[in-house]
Write a protein that binds this ligand. Structure first.
Ligand code: ADP
Ligand code: ZN
Length: 749
């Protein structure tokens, strides 16, 4: 027999190998194998087992890795879909579906040598000083990994063996399961009684799970293809619906995947799921997959799923590939989040893959959000998805009152110097007096966004990127937020002929807001939370913990504080500069702003006191701001879809973005022109696509690479993808130029 193998090598094609007789039974679709390639040995995944091959002189598989096939047939199918739809090589798609720690050859649980203290029969034997120190550590720990002991005691394993010789310790291999949540203490919870809207939502999802399970014809004939948009305001009890839907899937003998954005994968979130399924007849392990796990933890979590011990998976983007079998339900929470899109190859969107996977495996899919992306709501309108609405907060709290402050007036009076409008200033004072808490949000870190000379107009710019440098006062540095370049901050204009000493920092960052708070509210305890303030992994949890326990009065931060956090004593939220995200050159700017404002506003009033939100803006009548003020998603959608329709932008049309980058702008431009001609040919073949560009990318230069873009719009992406792949394969791309194909891009910069 013959195995077709996708190698872990960038070769853009698959190779055939002979399966030696003794391996016939262990080589299947999805088996990981080691094979010869030229003079090397390379790992790969079997994607098909065939009776014959069109190629002659095949070489043999060297060995198989692991007992089970690591890539299950449904995941293999998904890999093929990704490779086709996102125009990427099979090995690139394959790389995404297995964590690195699982891909590696030394498969299996980590067996580690453990040292265990034994009770000495009589008196302690005579020990050297060194052995005595060592013994006291082992005695205290009772049992610990050998390597850990070597590190703790600053000794060698030879010394530890001496203790073994003397009968004081035993050293033996042991499987050590790494549980990232081992230290959490979790109290079991029971299902809540649902309100009417929640009940309707749950009933529909349950019905679909059952229908799909019973259908033999791959879901054909089932109304709304098994995908639901759960549109529910913050606090409307979406999570409770997920939990009860998962319980139903488990009852049917099926598993579930819950995707959440990395940033809201907090211990709080994980705990809610673990707590519900930690006891009772549906008891199961809940595996957690996210980027902060160690390689070992990820390996163990993944295998718990593969072995069927963890039937629920909660994780960020890549958890969409978790080998849950059989799969009954996929939940994508905060489905509008841009972080579901992977910004490196394969450039997939986990939300969209969840829908594809659901269809392939006959699982129900629930996309949840308070502010669904335009794409999902459009699919509801076209009857591709079913709509489930939760219009009220489950905890019967009112939505916060949102007040928009026109900063054009405030800045005129104050000569543009005010950070807090008089209204926001007053509101903060009042809340502080009542011992309530305040969150202030500004989506830019650093002190100021740029440094400009008032005489000659000089602006400090990054030498590598086409952006101005941000001033960070605490570090006394100018910093590029694209490439990380740092410069010392000049005290006078560095232009030779100028030298003006009244150089000005303009624009606003979180650092400056923090300083202004300290000055205006000297008795308040203020803390800043952005990526500059978080130096270590634990900082995030510590600051949030301090805020929760009331050790902080005002928390100021970037979008890091916008999502999913729940603080009952926060009654006031201030958005310092709501326009920031409106002025980026992207057709989704309005949508982004609407989502962000709604999310941030949702942080207020989650406790007993009604919440209040101040939105400071220089364009207070912009629809994104006004509809957010009224909590009116449908209103926003209706006016936004008109604009998308006019320009054939998503969700009405689909986009493929081709970006070319290289060190020489002339070369990039020249090759872009050539590519445009090729795309025109493709357009004439396909008929319904529109090609635009090449044009310089909004960020022309990043990390010293020039970037040009060609945008292709189509109503039918799968057809375009296929043709595009074929064209690009034939194209001779020069070595000094890279072509990046982004299907359904989330960012156009
Ligand atoms: P969402 O996921 O939509 O933001 P949550 O599921 O977190 O909402 O619910 C918000 C709060 O309301 C939580 O404290 C939750 O325990 C509570 N809650 C949810 N559903 C109910 C219900 N049916 N009855 C009472 N409380 C509920
Ligand atoms: Zn830079």
């Amino acid at each position: 027999m013959i195995a077709r193998v996708t190698l872990d090598l960038a070769v853009r094609r698959e190779f055939d190998y002979l399966i030696p007789n003794e391996m016939e039974s262990s080589v299947q679709d999805g088996t990981r194998v080691k094979v010869p390639f030229g003079s090397r040995e390379v790992l790969g995944v079997v994607t098909a087992v065939l009776a014959e091959s069109p190629h002659a002189n095949l070489r043999e598989i060297i060995k198989t890795v692991g007992v089970h096939a690591l890539v299950t047939p449904p995941i293999l199918k998904l890999v093929r879909w990704i490779s086709e739809y996102y125009c990427c090589a099979p090995e690139v798609a394959m790389k995404a579906v297995l964590p690195d720690s699982v891909r590696k050859e030394e498969e299996g649980w980590r067996e580690r040598l453990y040292v265990r203290a034994l009770q000495p029969h009589d008196k302690l034997p005579k020990l050297t000083k060194r052995q005595e120190d060592l013994w006291s550590i082992v005695e205290e720990w009772k049992e610990l990994p050998l390597q850990e002991l070597v590190r703790l005691a600053g000794t060698t394993s030879a010394t530890i063996r001496k203790l073994e010789d003397k009968g004081l310790v035993s050293i033996a291999p042991q499987i050590s399961e790494r549980d990232p949540y081992a230290k959490e203490h979790i109290l079991p919870t029971n299902p809540l009684e649902l309100n009417d809207e929640q009940s309707v939502a749950l009933k529909n999802i349950i019905k679909t799970i059952d229908c799909l399970a019973n259908s033999k014809d791959h879901g054909k004939g089932i109304k709304g293809k098994g995908v639901f948009l759960l549109h529910g305001v913050t606090g409307s009890g979406k999570t409770e619906v997920y939990l009860q839907a998962i319980a139903h899937a488990l009852e049917q003998g099926k598993g579930a995947i819950v995707l959440v954005p990395e940033i809201s994968l907090t211990p709080q979130t994980v705990e809610r799921f673990k707590a519900r399924f930690s006891h009772g007849p549906l008891q199961t392990l809940v595996a957690v997959l996210h980027s902060h796990l160690s390689a070992g933890e990820r390996h163990d979590e993944w295998h718990k799923i593969r072995q069927g011990r963890a039937r629920i998976v909660i994780g960020a983007r890549s958890a969409v590939f978790a080998p849950v079998e059989p799969l009954g339900l996929v939940v994508v929470d905060e489905e509008h989040e841009h972080s579901y899109k992977q910004e490196e190859a394969p450039r997939y969107n986990a939300r969209d893959l969840a829908v594809v996977r659901g269809q392939q495996e006959k699982a129900a899919v629930v996309l949840g959000s308070a502010t669904p992306c335009m794409e999902s709501y459009y699919n509801v309108q076209r009857k591709k998805y079913g709509l489930l609405s939760l219009t009220e907060r489950a905890d019967e709290k009112n939505m916060p009152i949102v007040r928009v402050v026109d900063m054009r007036n405030a800045s005129r009076k104050d000569k543009g110097m005010s950070i807090f409008s008089p209204q926001l200033h007053e509101a903060i004072l009042q809340r502080l007096e009542k011992k309530e808490q305040v969150m202030l949000f500004l989506n830019r870190r650093g002190w100021s966004s740029s440094l400009q000379c008032t005489e000659c107009g000089y602006v400090a710019e990054c030498p590598n990127c086409s952006v101005s440098l941000t001033y960070h006062r605490s570090a006394q540095q100018l910093m590029c937020h694209i490439c990380g370049h740092v410069d010392s901050a000049p005290s006078k204009c560095p232009e030779e002929h100028c030298g003006n000493s009244s150089i000005r920092f303009s624009g606003l960052g979180t650092e400056k807001v923090e300083a202004a708070l300290d000055k205006s509210f000297p008795s308040a305890r203020v803390k800043r939370m952005d990526s500059d303030a978080l130096k270590r992994k634990e900082d995030y949890r510590r600051i949030l913990g301090d805020f929760r326990s009331g050790k902080i009065d005002i928390l100021v931060g970037t979008q890091m504080i916008a999502k999913g956090l729940h603080f009952p004593n926060v009654t006031l939220v201030g958005i310092i500069h709501a326009d920031l995200s409106l002025h980026i050159p992207d057709f989704r700017a309005g949508e982004r702003t609407f989502q962000l404002l709604t999310q941030v506003a949702g942080r207020a009033g989650r406790g007993d006191v009604e919440g209040e939100v101040y939105v400071q803006s220089f364009t207070p009548f912009h629809p994104a701001i006004q509809y957010a003020r009224r909590h009116d998603y449908i209103g926003f959608y209706d006016q936004e879809i008109e604009f998308r329709q006019e320009l054939h932008y998503p969700p009405v049309g689909r986009i493929a973005l081709l970006t070319l980058r290289g060190r020489s702008e002339d070369r990039v431009r020249f090759f872009s022109d050539h590519l445009r001609k090729e795309m025109d040919i493709l357009a004439s073949e396909l008929g319904d696509v529109v090609v635009a560009g090449p044009a310089p990318a909004p960020l022309l230069r990043a990390e010293n690479f020039y970037r040009y873009q060609i945008m292709i719009r189509t109503p039918r992406m799968p057809q375009l993808s296929r043709q595009l792949s074929a064209k690009i394969d034939l194209l001779q791309i020069p070595d000094d130029i890279r072509l990046i194909i982004d299907i359904d891009p989330m960012s156009l910069s």
